[in-house]
Design a protein around this ligand. Structure first.
Ligand SMILES: [Zn+2]
Length: 86
């Protein structure tokens, strides 16, 4: 996950540092690493759940239930992979 310091430096934080504090390699100031409980992350998680339900219902409406569930799970897997990329 990318972290931006007030000094303008951008650096990578490991997943273990998410939600914690790291020292900036540029100015040695402590910087908060946004955690998964941040409002933005919560919004993304809510959007993912709504998206999964929407995809499931949409596909179910013009196909059948198993296909809808399959597409919903596929969409969920895609969202999970996207979230891992951060
Ligand atoms: Zn800095």
């Amino acid at each position: 996950m990318r972290v931006y310091c007030d000094c303008g430096k951008m650096f990578e934080a490991t997943r273990a540092q998410v939600g914690g504090i790291v020292n900036c390699p540029g100015c040695d100031q402590s910087v908060d690493v946004p955690g998964l409980n941040d409002p933005v992350w919560r919004a993304i998680q809510c959007a993912a759940v709504v998206g999964i339900l929407a995809v499931t219902l949409l596909v179910t409406s013009f196909s059948n239930v198993p296909t809808g569930i399959f597409c919903g799970l596929g969409f969920g897997l895609l969202m999970w992979l996207i979230s891992r990329a951060f």
